[in-house]
Each structure stands twice: as C-alpha cells, then as structure tokens.
Ligand binder design. Structure first.
Ligand SMILES: [Zn+2]
Length: 240
C-alpha cells in the first residue's frame, strides 16, 4: 500500500480496537484545502486517511489512535463512533460545492485501503458505514453517488437487491404496524432511532440516510415497497 505521510495532530487515545469503518466526503472546494484543514490544530478535526480523486492516499492519523471525524453520532446504541472506527475522507466537493461522481481511480484506492485495514482489525460487513448513517440528522456524506454496491461486490459491506415488494408507501405523520416494523428494522440495523411512536421527522431522516447508502436511485424519505424490502433483507443479513 503506497501511503503518503501527512501527520495530523488531531487525535487522542482509543480505549478499544476499531471495529467499524466510516466513509466521508471532504465537502470542500479542493483536496488541498481539505488536507490543510484536517491537519490544522485549530480545526480539531481529522481522519485516519484522505483519498484523493486520482487515487493517492494520505495517512494522517495512525489507526491505533482515535481520529476526530464523526462528531456527535451513534450506531447500534454506541455513541463514541470516533472511538470505535477508522475514518476515511474521500475528496469530493459534496452537496454544497458541486457534488460529483467519485472517479474509478479513487474508488479502486478506497477498496484497496479498506481491504488493507480489514487485515489488521475485525470489522464486520455490517459496520462498513457512511457518516450519514451514524449522524443522519446532521450529515449527507459520502452521499448517494458513492458506489456502495461496488464496494460490497469487492467484499466490503452489506448489499441487498430483493425483488421490490408491493405495498403502501409509508410517509411522515403516519402510524401503525407498518411504521413500527419500519422503525424497528432501522434501529435494528443500527440507526439511532426510537422504535416507539409514529413516522416522525427523525424517521424521515433515518430513511433518507438509509436510501443514500442502500437505495441511492431515490432519496426522498418515503418508505416505499422497494426501500422497505431492501431494509428488511439487510436487517436479516446484519442480524444473521
Ligand atoms: Zn463526514
């Protein structure tokens, strides 16, 4: 693995080995600007790696240390996501500055890097996540253009494409058994969501995050048959 050293001072100590990978986009105008910020002690943010669009990989923080990339977040009831994860930033301007496809060279580098990380730590497929998965109310990255399916086909992460199930479209404001099942499946997969109550704003945000990752052709916060079929298949796979 060819890594370019670019040490960042923005880290502290872990209390346990990492068992999750969180992918991000930089969301800035250029890779250089992002690299500068991730190494600036005043910014107090970092990641373990930054992957440029041309496939170059910068190493900022040793994996054995706790980098500061996730912020306020949660997954499967765990809120110290920085403490349990390896964070990878991918250069992309993001939704604010002209969101674009991740080039093949960048994706190939991410796949190689993830494969390399997983030789050192035990990271289940169900814990290959995006920043928006662990912080659905605050974050959109790496977003619906990131090819999670390609990553899964390369052996990293969960993917499911069951035949679309018919059934009603569930939407914000609704309640009932279908909504309860939806919320339990989202929370069961890992999303930080209360399982009681109706289809509230937090449910919409979790559905949007789910769609960005696992149903990227339509990101609208509506739980249609296909969204629910994919969710139930992944929930079963993740709990198997
Ligand atoms: Zn992020």
């Amino acid at each position: 693995m060819d890594l370019i050293p670019a040490p960042s001072p923005n880290f502290d100590a872990r209390t346990a080995p990492p068992d999750m990978i969180v992918l991000h986009y930089t969301g800035m105008q250029s890779g250089e600007a992002a690299l500068t910020r991730l190494r600036d002690p005043r910014a107090k943010v970092s990641a373990h790696y930054l992957v440029e669009e041309d496939g170059r990989i910068f190493e900022l923080v040793p994996e054995a240390r706790r980098a500061w990339h996730a912020g306020v977040a949660s997954w499967s009831g765990e809120s110290d996501i920085n403490g349990c994860s390896v964070g990878i930033e991918m250069v992309n301007p993001g939704h604010a500055f002209g969101y674009r496809d991740f080039p093949p060279a960048q994706i190939a580098a991410v796949i190689a890097l993830v494969g390399d990380i997983r030789t050192r730590w035990t990271i289940p497929d169900a814990r290959m996540l995006g920043h928006s998965d662990v912080a659905p109310a605050r974050k959109q990255d790496p977003g619906e253009r990131f090819p999670w399916k390609t990553l899964a086909l390369a052996g990293h992460g969960l993917w499911a494409e069951p035949r679309a199930a018919p059934g009603p479209v569930l939407a914000e404001g609704e309640s009932g058994l279908g909504v309860t099942i939806l919320k339990r499946a989202l929370a069961g997969l890992g999303y930080g969501l209360e399982t009681i109550g109706d289809y509230d704003a937090a449910t919409t945000l979790a559905v949007i995050a789910f769609q960005r990752h696992w149903r990227p052709t339509r990101v609208d916060g509506l739980a249609d048959g296909e969204t629910r079929a994919r969710l139930m298949a992944l929930f079963r796979e993740a709990s198997a």
